[in-house]
Design a protein around this ligand. Structure first.
Ligand SMILES: *Cc1c(COP(=O)(O)O)cnc(C)c1O
Length: 238
């Protein structure tokens, strides 16, 4: 029964991605859905995989490590939580992308471990777009300095920006934050601080506001609740 629910939820989200993108003149293929599976056991990830979803987001390293080794090859994972530099080795081994790089120390630690593994990995800079004191991420005006410092890295490739705007009951309140993130990314790209030749990656939008994020240029949307239902307080095995 949950199987069918997960499948229906995914189908509905894919349809919303498509119609929203087409309505604002975007190619739906330019938007990747990251299914946020945090606190759900790997059985739930398998359900989503059976429905064709192969990209997932996790924000607790140890939990992700367990699930990724249980699941084996097939699914890809983005890290979307706070990462300590002393956990960079494991992160460098198991993820396809770290979306939450917020300091040079972490990026340099990842680079060192990736070099040892002879592995490339994509990264995004997490921007504290709403300037909230309790939130991680660099302030918009700090992005250029951080990116300059990371330009020499050869294994960790910074592809764009990620944000979690302030909580808002009305998704329209996220719009100015999303728009600001997009403008910032384009500005950084024009200054040669982000890769040329294709639009920078913009990871923005969650269950409640992803259509707005798509209208404002999101290339990655991170959706948990609308796919898997409300999260259990801690990871549980059936
Ligand atoms: C949990 C989480 C999400 C998913 O949130 P939902 O509201 O459940 O879609 C997205 N991004 C980050 C960084 C998260 O931690």
């Amino acid at each position: 029964m949950t199987n069918a629910m997960t499948r229906d939820n995914l189908a509905q989200i894919r349809e919303t991605i498509k119609t929203t993108a087409l309505a604002c003149g975007r190619n739906p293929l330019g938007i990747q859905l990251v299914a946020v599976s945090k606190r759900f056991p790997s059985e739930r990830i398998k359900e989503a995989m059976a429905a064709g979803q192969l990209l997932f987001g996790e924000n607790y390293l140890q939990e992700a490590q367990g699930k990724i080794s249980e699941l084996g090859p097939g699914p890809r994972f983005h890290f979307i939580g706070h990462l300590q530099s002393n956990k960079a080795k494991v992160a460098a081994e198991i993820f396809q992308m770290i979306e939450t790089i917020d300091r040079a120390k972490l990026a340099l630690a990842l680079e060192r471990h990736l070099a040892a593994l002879n592995r490339g990995m994509d990264g995004l800079i997490q921007v504290n777009i709403g300037r909230e004191p309790q939130k991680s991420g660099v302030l918009p005006e700090e992005c250029a300095t951080l990116l300059e410092e990371l330009l020499p890295l050869t294994h960790l490739r910074i592809r764009g920006l990620m944000c979690i705007p302030p909580f808002a009951a009305d998704p329209e309140q996220s719009r100015p934050h999303f728009s600001k993130l997009r403008k910032l990314a384009l500005e950084l790209q024009a200054r040669n601080l982000l890769p040329q030749g294709r639009p920078p990656e913009l990871s923005m939008g969650m269950s409640d506001d992803y259509p707005v994020a798509i209208q404002e240029g999101a290339t990655l949307i991170r959706i948990g609740t609308s796919i898997f239902g409300s999260r259990p307080p801690t990871i549980s095995k059936p």
